[in-house]
Each structure stands twice: as structure tokens, then as C-alpha cells.
Design a protein around this ligand. Structure first.
Ligand SMILES: [Zn+2]
Length: 217
């Protein structure tokens, strides 16, 4: 990591490229869709860009999504769980900075789509692949656009959307491999087919629902 003044300049610059308000990082929305279900969602906000790391759990079996930074915080949240797999929505550093440290401690393999492959990963995800954990199933939805190998993960009515879908707009397509047409196609064809009540948990900032975002697409 870079530190001090230059890190501040870099993060300020980068945050301007993301489609959300940095003040929203501090909000901690209730996660209503898990009410009366056999699954819990733990949202852990990490790093200078306010990345959301999620741990989904059923029957004490967990999946970690986007170990972005602050490994200690993530490892602590994973305590008592048998972590089946670590998933990355995409390859950007702010989503995988803590990967190695978390991986070594929780002793789980890490998976990412092959089009976003970077070192440190073990398993290649395919579109429509299903990963079972406890009593739940997680479905991989390949949603290229923010990056070529970007994926969203659907568990029941809960969608973990990485940097593909945010409240009030799509993720940016300004970095290497970004594609503005592709991200809109991904959102329209693969996410807007989900029911209105689907909860959307993005890679930064607060949650939303498919119904609330539908009018924009
Ligand atoms: Zn990103």
C-alpha cells in the first residue's frame, strides 16, 4: 500500500471516478432480507475506499466476498465459521488487498472469473455456476463491463453486485478493460431480470433493491 500524502491524493482522485457519495460509507443499513431465513449477511466496511466485504453464512458455513483490506477485521468476523470459499467480484486491488492474509488464516481457496485472473487465486468461476454452502446456494452471474471478468453473486433474493450495480447508477467503466456498453448490457440482461424485491449489496456504500434501480435501465 501507499501511505501518507500520496495515498490521500490517489484515493481522492479515485473516489471521484466512482458513482456514489463518499459520505454514504458510514451508513450501515439494516439487512432485512435475511429476516426469518437460515442465512446471515455480515457487512464489513474496509480500507480507504470504503469497500464492503461480505460474509454470508448458513449452518456455520461461510463464504467471504471481496476481502478488500483490513484482513484482521475480516478474519475476526469469520471466527467460528468454516469458510468454504473466498470469492472476488473482480480483480481491482481495493476488493482483494487482504486476500492472501485472509486466505492463509481461514484456509480456504479463492475464486474469480478467468477474464479477471490475477495471482493468488485458485479456482476459476463460470457464469451460472452454483456453489452450495450450508442450506443455501450461491449462483455466479458473469456481468462484464466494469472489468471483463466482473461477477455478481446471487443467494436467494440477495445480490452481491461488486462494482457493477450501485444505487443511482452503474459502476464506472474508466479503468483498463472497462466497457460502458457491456456494463449496461450486463445489468439489463442479467440483473434486471431478477424480481423487484431482490436486495442489492454493492462493493461500496449502501444497499438498494432491483426494483428501486429498474427505472434507470
Ligand atoms: Zn472496481
Amino acid at each position: 500500500m501507499i501511505h501518507g500524502f500520496w495515498s490521500y491524493i490517489f484515493l481522492s482522485w479515485q473516489s471521484k471516478l466512482l458513482f456514489f457519495d463518499i459520505s454514504q460509507y458510514k451508513s450501515n443499513p439494516v439487512l432485512p432480507s435475511t429476516f426469518l431465513r437460515d442465512m446471515t449477511i455480515n457487512k464489513i466496511v474496509v480500507g480507504g475506499l470504503g469497500n464492503n466485504c461480505y460474509i454470508v453464512e448458513s449452518e456455520k458455513i461461510g463464504i467471504i466476498i471481496d476481502p478488500g483490506d483490513e484482513a484482521d477485521k475480516i478474519i475476526k468476523a469469520a471466527q467460528g465459521l468454516d469458510i468454504k470459499m473466498i470469492l472476488a467480484t473482480h480483480r481491482h486491488f481495493d476488493h482483494i488487498n487482504a486476500l492472501q492474509q485472509v486466505k492463509q488464516t481461514v484456509k480456504a481457496e479463492a475464486a474469480i472469473h478467468p477474464s479477471d485472473w490475477v495471482s493468488g487465486f485458485d479456482i476459476k468461476l463460470n457464469d451460472a455456476q452454483v456453489i452450495e454452502f450450508g442450506k443455501e446456494q450461491l449462483r455466479v452471474i458473469h456481468t462484464p463491463g466494469h472489468t471483463p471478468g466482473g461477477c455478481c453473486f446471487l443467494v436467494g433474493n440477495d445480490l452481491f453486485s461488486g462494482d457493477t450495480l450501485f444505487p443511482n447508477g452503474p459502476g464506472n467503466t474508466l479503468f483498463t478493460g472497462g466497457d460502458g456498453q457491456a456494463i449496461l448490457r450486463s445489468i439489463r440482461e442479467k440483473l434486471m431480470v431478477l424480481p423487484d424485491e431482490t436486495m442489492v449489496y454493492p462493493g461500496h456504500g449502501p444497499s438498494t433493491t432491483i426494483g428501486r434501480e429498474r427505472a434507470l435501465y
